[in-house]
Design a protein around this ligand. Structure first.
Ligand code: PLP
Length: 395
């Protein structure tokens, strides 16, 4: 019999009912250290007092009007994002996939509005993840997500991640742009080779292409910069954001330069809920907190600190941990044991982390963590590694 919840997820048999800072509590009152943050979403942890306050305040005023009218909260958050990034304009969505969908449509429309409607294809990278809509599974290219969903939407040409020559070779007369996550998330936290993004920028400029970044996972302060692309010294033409920017409230956005957005005139795109007043109130509070230089410095310091701890764990448990990678608090540990088993054992031990393909466990703590949380996490990961070592010796 089909369960009442469409069974598209392999859910762990645990239900959290309350959260506080970096901790979650389940139905039985058991406490867990949350280093998953709902997959990089709860950037400020759980029940952050300022976010609770702004949401309560907005809830008492107005929930929804429509994009048929001006929405003051959108104007405020858009201005903040514009002042903090390369962008000149913003379209608000409710999710990362919708932000990506807007980015893809915008890239096609740019060329259509530039008398080159034949340019509709995007070059994407192996291991990419851009969402679960028909367009974004085609962009991501993962057979596991495409299987059984009919003809793959045309317009995406995939090349190996980090392979500049392959990207260059893939450009044809129909190419509209290049789409990349500055750090790949879902596949297991993969950082491109140094200078790669800059070379893609130069390639796009030389060939009249748009450069699109998907910072749904890498953005919102997670790497210690407000957006990961800042590290590269270049900027995209279009960027999708979501996850951490809403701190747990559904908020997404597609950011763009004036030039890239030139085809997006009235009537070309829309969303009923996108940029809803509740979402905008929370989003603005999250951006104010995260964009403070001292806050980002804290993320970098905690990231460096945690990476040191993880490097020590790697040397102590080389039979279980193969590699530590990532930037800031966007971290992955590649394992010699199956990631799902490791995540389950970690949870039994009282800590939440998120699996990824390539046998990587993602460590995505809320950005508000302090050194005590990092020590606790390190001890729990060490304890979990030891359990796997004991198991092996027993075999
Ligand atoms: C999670 C994610 C998405 C999809 O976001 P949803 O809110 O689940 O639609 C897109 N791109 C990247 C890089 C992501 O990590």
């Amino acid at each position: 019999m089909i369960p009442p919840i469409l069974p598209t997820y392999n859910r762990a048999d645990v239900a959290f009912v309350r959260g506080e800072g970096a901790y979650l509590f389940d139905e039985k009152g058991r406490r867990y250290l949350d280093f998953g943050s709902g997959i990089a979403v709860n950037s400020l942890g759980h029940a952050h007092p300022e976010l609770v306050a702004v949401l309560r305040e907005q809830a008492g005023k107005l929930w929804h009007t429509s994009n048929l009218y001006r929405v003051p909260g959108q104007e405020i958050l858009a201005r903040k994002l514009i002042d903090l990034t390369f962008a000149d304009t913003v379209f608000f969505t409710n999710s990362g996939a919708e932000a990506m969908e807007c980015a893809i449509k915008m890239a096609r429309k740019f060329h259509a509005a530039s008398n080159a409607p034949e340019r509709f294809r995007l070059i994407t990278f192996e291991g990419a993840f851009h969402g679960r809509t028909l367009a974004t599974i085609a962009a991501g290219g993962s057979p596991k997500y495409l299987d059984g969903f009919g003809p793959k939407m045309d317009g995406f040409d995939q090349v190996p991640f980090g392979d500049f020559d392959a990207a260059q070779r893939a450009i044809g007369s129909e190419t509209a742009g290049i789409l990349i996550e500055p750090i790949q998330g879902e596949v297991g936290i993969r950082v491109p080779p140094p200078g790669f993004l800059k070379r893609l920028r130069e390639l796009c400029d030389a060939r009249g292409l748009l450069l699109i970044f998907d910072e749904v996972q890498s953005g919102a302060g997670r790497t210690g910069k407000l957006f990961a692309y800042e590290e590269s010294g270049i900027a995209p033409d279009i960027m999708a954001i979501a996850k951490g920017i809403g701190g747990g409230f559904p908020v997404g956005a597609c950011l763009a330069t004036e030039r890239a957005a030139k085809g997006m005139t009235p009537g070309t795109h829309g969303s009923t809920y996108g940029g809803n007043p509740l979402a905008m109130a929370v989003g603005a509070a999250v951006v104010d907190i995260i964009s403070a230089p001292a806050f980002l410095a804290h993320v970098r310091a905690m990231g460096a600190h945690f990476q040191q701890h993880l490097a020590m764990l790697l040397s102590e448990h080389a039979g279980v941990i193969a590699e530590v990678r990532g930037q800031g608090l966007l971290l992955g540990i590649k394992l010699h044991v199956p990631a799902p088993a490791f995540v389950a054992k970690l949870r039994e031990n009282g800590m939440i982390a998120v699996g990824a393909t390539e046998n990587v466990v993602r460590l995505l703590p809320p950005l508000i963590v302090d050194e005590n949380h990092l020590h606790e996490a390190t001890a729990l990961i060490g304890q979990t590694c030891a359990a796997f070592e004991t198991e092996r010796q027993a075999v």
